[in-house]
Design a protein around this ligand. Structure first.
Ligand code: PAF
Length: 281
C-alpha cells in the first residue's frame, strides 16, 4: 500500500489510474479506524479496481467546543489495518495543505444540513460537504462509500453529488454493531464502563420503535415518547434528539408513511453517540 501525503501527487496518481481505465473506489475517513470503516473498504473493493482511503481529521466540521484536539488518532495502526485489507492507497493530507490560508470557499446543502444533527451542530454538515468536495476533486473516485450510521451525512452527500452533477456513484454500507447492538464508533472509547452499558439502550429503543411500526403504529409522537422513556431510564444518558423523518428530504413525520428514518443523538458523559434505523411502513 502506498501512503500519499501530497495533494498534487494524489491528483496525478488518480489521473493515471483513470487514463488506464481503472475504476477508483473511495472511503473518506477521519482515521482511528474500526470495523465500521473496514466493512466500507471491503464493500467498495468489490465494486472497484483501486481502493483509496483518506485519513483526515477535518477541522471544518468541528464546533468550537467539540473534540477536534482530542479526536482519537493512531495512524500506524490505521495503516496496518488498511494494508491487511490490501488497500491500494492511504491518502493522508496535511491540514494546512487542505485549507491553505486564506481559505474562503465552502459547499453547503442548505436545507438538509439544519435538521437532525445539524440543529445542535451548526456548520457541521457544511464542513463535511466542503471536505468531501475537496477530497472528491483530489481522489477523483468513480464510487464513494459512506456508512449508514451517519445516515444524514449519506443523504446530504448523495444530494450534493446529484445537485452539483458530480460524476460519482454514492453507496452506503450497513451499520456495524457490537454484539450487544451498540453501533461501532470511534467515540465509543470515551465511554466509561457504566456509560458503555447504558449506551446499549439506543439500539434497544430503535428496535422497539421498529417493532411498534411493524405492529401498525403510525403516530410518530407515540413512538418517540416510548423511545425517550427507555433512553431516559438510564442514569448516564442525556438525550439530544429523536427524529422520525422521510429518507429523502428528512422532513419530520407526524404520521408515518413510506420509508422512514428513525434517528437519534444522545450524550453519555463525554461521548455524543448517534444511531438510526430505516423502516418501511
Ligand atoms: O464520516 C466521517 O468520518 C467524516 O464526516 C468524513 C466523511 C470523513 C468527512 O470528514
Amino acid at each position: 500500500m502506498k501512503v500519499v501525503r501530497d495533494i498534487e501527487e494524489m491528483v496525478s496518481i488518480s489521473n493515471s489510474f483513470r487514463e488506464e481505465g481503472k475504476r477508483i473506489g473511495f472511503v473518506p475517513t477521519m482515521g482511528y479506524l474500526h470495523e465500521g470503516h473496514l466493512s466500507l473498504v471491503r464493500l467498495v473493493k468489490e465494486k472497484s479496481d483501486i481502493v483509496v482511503v483518506s485519513i483526515f481529521v477535518n477541522l471544518l466540521q468541528f464546533g468550537p467546543k467539540e473534540d477536534f484536539k482530542e479526536y482519537p488518532k493512531d495512524l500506524d495502526r490505521d495503516i496496518k489495518l488498511l494494508e491487511e485489507l490490501n488497500t491500494d492507497i492511504a491518502f493522508v493530507p496535511d491540514g494546512q495543505d487542505m485549507y491553505p490560508e486564506p481559505y474562503f470557499t465552502n459547499v453547503e446543502v442548505t436545507e438538509l444540513g439544519n435538521v437532525l444533527c445539524g440543529r445542535k451542530r451548526p456548520g457541521f454538515f457544511k464542513g463535511v460537504t466542503t471536505v468531501c468536495t475537496k477530497l472528491f476533486n483530489i481522489v477523483k473516485p468513480h464510487i464513494a462509500v459512506f456508512g449508514q450510521k451517519d445516515a444524514q451525512q449519506a443523504v446530504i452527500i448523495t444530494k450534493m453529488v446529484k445537485d452539483l452533477n458530480m460524476d460519482i456513484e454514492i453507496i452506503t454500507g450497513p451499520t456495524v454493531r457490537e454484539e450487544d447492538g451498540l453501533a461501532v464508533s470511534s467515540r465509543n472509547i470515551y465511554l466509561c464502563e457504566e456509560e458503555r452499558k447504558d449506551a446499549t439502550v439506543l439500539y434497544h429503543s430503535l428496535k422497539r420503535a421498529e417493532s411498534m411500526v411493524k405492529a401498525g403504529e403510525r403516530d410518530g409522537k407515540k413512538i418517540k415518547a416510548e423511545m425517550q422513556r427507555m433512553i431516559e431510564s438510564k442514569d448516564s444518558a442525556k438525550l439530544e434528539y429523536i427524529s422520525i423523518v422521510d429518507t429523502k428530504e428528512l422532513n419530520e413525520l407526524e404520521t408515518l408513511k413510506g420509508e422512514i428514518l428513525i434517528a437519534l443523538a444522545c450524550h453519555f458523559g463525554k461521548a455524543r453517540l448517534i444511531d438510526n434505523i430505516v423502516v418501511a411502513c
